[in-house]
Ligand binder design. Structure first.
Ligand code: NAG
Ligand code: NAG
Length: 337
């Protein structure tokens, strides 16, 4: 064989190999920077949201749960969530969606509870302060939209419900003293690396190391805490700084637990209601359940917490192709409490 032929043959053969290796050998994405106009835009939204007040205590109307959907791909489990809201009186909840403008969202059908629920959104990137901004935009939009919004549940595109709406609603409003369900941890081994991932000492003086916290990105906040978040300027100045060490910088897992543990530690349960499985995690991603793992037994397992006083309400992550199986067991398993 002549050399050009061998060359082109080996090139051809190397294509599948290249395809396999690409995710590993590509240089990390250029970190997304927050532009000044975007920052100012957010600031004015947060200012307006900061001045909102809750519905007066004398109102006879029922409090609502604001569901805040955050996605940078598609909303994979929309039909399952549609079932979750089906038959639920619309005076008990609101839905808000922040979809990265570059995400390929399939528009929900007009009959869906999700149609027309999109808020003004900006680009996001994983392990980047833009995810904090997106969550804050959702909180601000929900604060402004309805004074009856009393709990604010942040949900990702990979999340599924583990219980029915009435079960969730009853559990949240069971106690008169409302608390935020947000994980707040201080003993994790990776904490120091995370703390210095923007450079040494840059978090000072606002965030000394002994007040730096970690927790899961998905939470349910009270209205009072949603206000704390949109009013904050002090910690945001630090957490918006660009990451130097991209492997250990996950601002969205630190900003909310750090801020709330500083402002109102007793107002937080310190645990999340969103179950996630970190066993065998890959590249900072938790275990993703695939169709062969999905069963009624899994749903029961995922609901169970280590405490008899609460049950997990949502779980992540599920692969999009698990949807048909989940839909099949929705009425008999997931929404049966
Ligand atoms: C968590 O994920 C691991 C695989 O990484 C799996 O073996 C285990 O069964 C999962 N745990 C639960 C409770 O689903
Ligand atoms: C319950 O506690 C055990 C032991 O501390 C831990 O391994 C497990 O992950 C916990 N389960 C949940 C659902 O938090």
């Amino acid at each position: 064989m002549n050399t050009p032929l061998i060359l082109s043959l080996s090139l051809l053969l190397s294509f599948p190999l290249l395809f396999l290796c690409v995710p590993r050998i590509l240089p990390p994405k250029e970190p997304l920077q927050i532009s000044l106009p975007d920052e100012l835009d957010d600031l004015s939204l947060f200012r307006r949201a900061s001045t909102t007040t809750a519905a007066p205590a004398t109102t006879t109307k029922k409090p609502k749960i604001a569901f805040l959907f955050l996605t940078d791909t598609n909303l994979h489990f929309l039909p399952l969530w549609d079932l979750f809201f089906r038959n639920t009186p619309s005076n008990l909840y609101n839905i808000y969606i922040h979809a990265d403008p570059s995400s390929k969202i399939t528009p929900p059908p007009p009959t869906s509870v999700f149609s027309n629920r999109f808020i003004s959104s900006k680009k996001t990137q994983r392990a980047n302060p833009t995810l904090i901004s997106a969550a804050r935009r959702l909180l601000a939009a929900a604060l402004l939209d309805d004074p009856l919004n009393s709990y604010f549940a942040l949900i990702s595109q990979h999340c599924i419900p583990l219980h029915s709406f009435p079960f969730l609603y009853k559990s949240l409003f069971r106690k008169p003293a409302m608390q935020s369900f947000i994980e707040i941890l201080s003993e994790e081994p990776q904490l120091w690396d995370r703390y210095v991932s923007r450079g040494e000492n840059v978090m000072l003086p606002e965030v000394p190391f002994d007040r730096f916290r970690i927790g899961s990105q998905f939470f349910i906040l009270t209205r009072q805490h949603a206000l704390v978040v949109v009013r904050d300027r002090r910690l945001w100045r630090k957490f918006k700084l660009p990451c130097l060490n991209l492997d250990s910088c996950y601002p969205e897992e630190h900003y909310f637990p750090t801020l709330l543990s500083m402002e109102d530690p007793d107002g937080c349960t310190r645990y999340t209601l969103t179950r996630v499985n970190w066993t065998g995690s890959v590249g900072g991603h938790p275990h993703t359940y695939r169709p062969h793992e999905v069963s009624p037994r899994l749903i029961e397992e995922l609901r169970e917490s280590n405490s008899s006083s609460y049950s997990f309400m949502f779980a992540r992550k599920f692969s999009p192709d698990s949807l048909p199986l989940l839909m099949g067991m929705a009425k008999k398993v997931i929404f049966r409490d």
